[in-house]
Design a protein around this ligand. Structure first.
Ligand SMILES: [Zn+2]
Length: 373
C-alpha cells in the first residue's frame, strides 16, 4: 500500500489543518501536543539556557507564547541532560507547562564548538565552555532530547546521510510523550531541497523543518527555497522554518505555507534597546525619545507600553535591568500579536491584503536602521 495514503499514527501529536487562505498558500491550523494545543501559524520564543532571557514564565505566557524552543547543545553541556532529567525534565526544571521543542544541537555544534570532526557515525567536538571532548551522533542527539523530555525533538540533520539511519532514529525516537521532526536540507539548491523533502516525506515524520536558512542568504533566495520545499511536504503535518526571522520574513513565509518559526531577533534586539513597531523598528537609546510621552506602540497591551518611550530610554541609559526585560516583553508581544492577526486574516481569506498593509508600515517607518548585533 502507498505510504502516502496511510499516514502513520502520530499518537497525541496531530496537526489539524483548518483553513487555507483562498488567495495564497497561508494555512490556519492547530498542533496538538500532550502539553497543550498550539495555534498556527506560531512563533516560538527561544529559551536557550532553559529560560527566555530575563522573563519569568508568567511574563512569557502573557506575551501570548504557547510553545517555546530549548537548545539541546547548551543544555547538554550545562547542566547536562542527566541533571535536568533528575530534576523532573525540562518542563518542571524551568517551570514552563506548555509545549517545548528542542533543536538537535547541530546548528550550535557547527557555530560554537571547537575542532568539530565528522565521521559517518558521529561528530566529535570540544565544548566551547570548558574544552571537554564530546561526541554526538543522531542516536545520541535523540537520547539527549529524550532525557530533556521535550514535546518535539529534532533530528541531528548534519550527520544523517543515509535514509536508513534516519528511519532507525525516527523509530527509536517515537514515544507516546515525544515526537520527532525531520529537517529538509540542501542549501539554496532547489532541486536538492525538493529531493530531500520527498525522501523525508516517504519516511513519514510527525513534522518537517526547513533548515540551513537565515545564514546570510537574501530574502529572495530564502523564499525560492521555501517554494521548492513546501509542495513536497504532506498537508497534514506542520512545517517549521528554523531560525527565521524578521517580521517581513515571517509573513512572506506564512503566505507560502509555513506554520512555525523561532528566532532570537525579538529577544536579542529587545536587550539592545530596539523595539518592533508597525512603523518599523525604533531604537530607544536615540535622544529623540528622551521626552517622548507616547508608548512604544499605541494599542499594545504589554507592560512596556504602559510606560512612555522616555521612561524606557531612561532605563537603558541608566543600565537598569528592567529596560531589557520590558523591551523583551514588548517585542515578544509584538511577534505574538502579528501571528494572531495573521491567523485571523487567513480565516477571512485576506492574508495577502494583511501582509501588504504590514509591509507598507514597516518600510515607511521612522527608523529602519538595522539592529545592533
Ligand atoms: Zn508593547
Amino acid at each position: 500500500m502507498n505510504k502516502d495514503l496511510t499516514p502513520r499514527e502520530t499518537g497525541p501529536f496531530s496537526y489539524c489543518l483548518q483553513h487555507v487562505d483562498a488567495g495564497c498558500g497561508a494555512r490556519r491550523g492547530i498542533f496538538s501536543t500532550p502539553h497543550g494545543a498550539v495555534q498556527m501559524p506560531a512563533f516560538m520564543p527561544v529559551g536557550t539556557q532553559a529560560t527566555v532571557k530575563g522573563l519569568e514564565v508568567a511574563q512569557l505566557r502573557a506575551t501570548g507564547a504557547e510553545m517555546i524552543l530549548g537548545n539541546t547543545y547548551h543544555l547538554a553541556l550545562r547542566p547536562g541532560e542527566d541533571a535536568i532529567a533528575a530534576l523532573g525534565g525540562l518542563h518542571r526544571f524551568m517551570g514552563w507547562t506548555g509545549p517545548i521543542l528542542t533543536d538537535s544541537g547541530g546548528f550550535q555544534l557547527f557555530s560554537l564548538a571547537h575542532r568539530v570532526k565528522i565521521t559517518e557515525q558521529e561528530a566529535v567536538f570540544q565544548s566551547h565552555i570548558d574544552g571537554r571532548l564530546m561526541a554526538i551522533s543522531p542516536e545520541r542527539a535523540v537520547a539527549i532530547q529524550e532525557a530533556l523530555g521535550s514535546d518535539v525533538a529534532m533530528v541531528l540533520d548534519h550527520v544523517i546521510e543515509l535514509p536508513n539511519d534516519a528511519e532507525a532514529v525516527r523509530d527509536a525516537a517515537e514515544r507516546t510523550d515525544q515526537t520527532l521532526f525531520a529537517i529538509v536540507q540542501g542549501g539554496l539548491d532547489t532541486k536538492l531541497r525538493a529531493d530531500s523533502a520527498r525522501r523525508l516525506r516517504e519516511m513519514d515524520f510527525a513534522g518537517y523543518a526547513i533548515g540551513g536558512l537565515s545564514v546570510g542568504e537574501s530574502q529572495e533566495e530564502m523564499l525560492r527555497t521555501i517554494e521548492a520545499v513546501v509542495p513536497e511536504l504532506p498537508a497534514d503535518r506542520p512545517r517549521y522554518l528554523m531560525g527565521v526571522g524578521r517580521p517581513e520574513d515571517l509573513l512572506e513565509s506564512i503566505g507560502r505555507g509555513v506554520d512555525m518559526f523561532d528566532c532570537v531577533m525579538p529577544t536579542r534586539n529587545g536587550r539592545n534597546a530596539m523595539a518592533f513597531t508597525d512603523l518599523g523598528p525604533i531604537r530607544l537609546r536615540n535622544l529623540k525619545f528622551e521626552r517622548d510621552d507616547r508608548p512604544i506602540e499605541a494599542g499594545c497591551p504589554c507592560a512596556a507600553c504602559r510606560r512612555s518611550r522616555g521612561y524606557i530610554r531612561h532605563l537603558f541609559m541608566a543600565r537598569e535591568m528592567l529596560g531589557p526585560i520590558l523591551l523583551t516583553i514588548h517585542n515578544l508581544t509584538y511577534y505574538q500579536r502579528l501571528m494572531a492577526d495573521a491567523r485571523e486574516a487567513i480565516e477571512a481569506d485576506r492574508f495577502e491584503e494583511f501582509k501588504l498593509g504590514k509591509l507598507r508600515g514597516w518600510t515607511g517607518g521612522e527608523d529602519t536602521s538595522p539592529a545592533e548585533a
